[in-house]
Write a protein that binds this ligand. Structure first.
Ligand SMILES: [Zn+2]
Length: 452
């Protein structure tokens, strides 16, 4: 299929069937909040959006607003081979649903890492019947002979330029251009973890987030970009968790997609001293953080992604130098951002584009817009319903958050294919999430609008 976002006409010209449900209220349509009625068909797709729809049961959302649900390009659900005290596909996708995320991109560095089609199938089997939302599976490009089969089965590739859990072997710099050209031929989107390990401080045993930042400095990110830019023609390149405004500006100038995480936007290397604040790439200085947040607010960061990477509390209670890197975030990403919108610090347009629209197009999914032909994966959000984050009220098995006490606004309801999976802030769905693959190459809209 083609990108339905390229054409706002109804998907079919046949006589519209009786809608299964009509949602009425102020909704995010064509770039602004406006009073509309949204007719949802029996397949859970948006049939039409307009003034008054008739023929089906009608729900008015009152003072709340209707937004497209989000796509999170970057999560680690720790299966297979992880600790259930940290996360599982079942628990992580429920957190996603509660946080307003309707599709997650699951990273390949599990145990074992997803480096061939058999391992990909094994992970897909763990999704079926257990996931609350849809899952797109990343694969790690290792063995060249495994690549063609892997490209037909996976949703996207993830390339690490520095070693990570289960993926210790990374390409030497001279190999990178050849590998990128090969991946361009295969056509799948490619996300890169861009840190150059030769720029890491050798032999350091960092004891705090600030020392961790010094040990894996921003120059490692810039050096990794030197290897990636300019990308070979045809490569759908996306850079994960960008931590500096400088890197963001370089990627923007090159027309390359990228994401920033809530922790790099909201936390600095002085926000906390314990290992909860240990992530890769590290939290940066307050000055760097402010610059990145300013770029995000100006709409110069195309995507928001959580890099949800929970670890059991016991692992994070180890001495800083021995503790693993990563923090949970899929449940709190949108709620933290909604609170910034409510506080007047962030335009809703900027947030919807970065969290809902562009990530969905990047994955080639008919999601992220309230428009005919798109799936009716929608959120009902009451911006007056502010709360304070508390680990005890979140749903991650790890039981901690680096955002304890932060202001948040959770979606009141989450519809998936026109069916409610969150009601009054509680998960009420069934594990009907499926594995999805790109349905279309992103149209011109995916990046062009962010360039302007
Ligand atoms: Zn990650």
């Amino acid at each position: 299929m083609t990108d339905p976002g390229e054409d706002d006409a109804p998907a079919s010209s046949a006589r519209p069937e009786r809608p299964e449900l009509i949602l009425a209220g102020r909704a995010w349509v064509r770039g602004r909040l406006q009073p509309v009625e949204i007719a949802i068909d029996g397949n859970g797709r948006i049939a039409s959006v307009g003034k008054v729809r008739t023929g089906g049961p009608r729900r008015d959302v009152g003072d709340a607003v209707i937004l497209p649900a989000a796509t999170d390009l970057h999560v680690h659900l720790r299966e297979p081979g992880g600790s259930p005290e940290a996360e599982t596909i079942a628990t992580g996708t429920v957190e996603a649903a509660l946080g307003g995320v309707t599709l997650v991109g699951e990273m390949p560095n599990t145990r074992p890492a997803v480096t061939d089609a058999d391992r990909l199938e094994e992970k897909a089997r763990l999704v079926t019947g257990r996931a609350a939302v849809d899952v797109l599976l990343y694969a790690s490009p290792g063995e060249p002979r495994a690549l063609p089969r892997l490209a037909r089965a996976a949703g996207a590739f993830k390339l690490y330029l520095s070693p990570t859990t289960e993926i210790e072997e990374v390409p030497v710099p001279e190999e990178v251009p050849k590998l990128l050209s090969r991946l361009a031929e295969l056509g799948l989107p490619l996300t890169v973890h861009a840190e150059d390990p030769t720029r890491f401080l050798p032999g350091a045993t960092p004891g705090s987030p600030a020392e961790w930042n010094a040990a894996r400095p921003p120059s490692a990110e810039n050096s990794a970009l030197d290897r990636l830019l300019p990308p070979p023609p045809g490569l759908r390149l996306h850079v994960a968790h960008v931590t500096s405004a400088r890197a963001a500006a370089r990627l923007r100038a090159a027309g390359v997609s990228f994401e920033a995480t809530p922790h790099h936007l909201f936390l600095s290397d002085r926000s906390g001293s314990d290992a909860r604040f240990k992530v890769n790439p590290p939290l940066r200085s307050e000055a760097d953080r402010r610059e990145l947040w300013a770029a995000f607010r100006r709409g110069e960061v195309p995507c928001l992604a959580s890099d949800h990477a929970p670890h059991a509390r016991t692992a994070k209670e180890l001495p800083f130098s021995a503790a693993p890197s990563g923090m949970p975030g899929v449940e709190t990403m949108l709620p933290l951002a909604f609170a910034r919108v409510r506080a007047g610090e962030l335009e809703l347009a900027t947030l919807v584009a970065a969290a809902c629209d562009r990530p969905a197009r990047w994955f080639g999914q008919p999601l992220g817009r309230i428009a005919p032909g798109h799936r009716a994966n929608l959120l009902i959000v009451d911006f007056r319903a502010r709360s304070r984050l508390a680990a005890g009220r979140l749903h991650a098995p790890c039981g901690w958050t680096a955002f304890e006490g932060w202001e948040a606004i959770f979606p009141r309801e989450h519809y998936r294919d026109g069916e409610r999976i969150v009601a009054e802030g509680e998960y009420v769905g069934r594990p009907t999430g499926t594995v999805v693959r790109p349905e279309f190459a992103p149209g011109a809209s995916a990046l062009d609008r962010y360039r302007t």
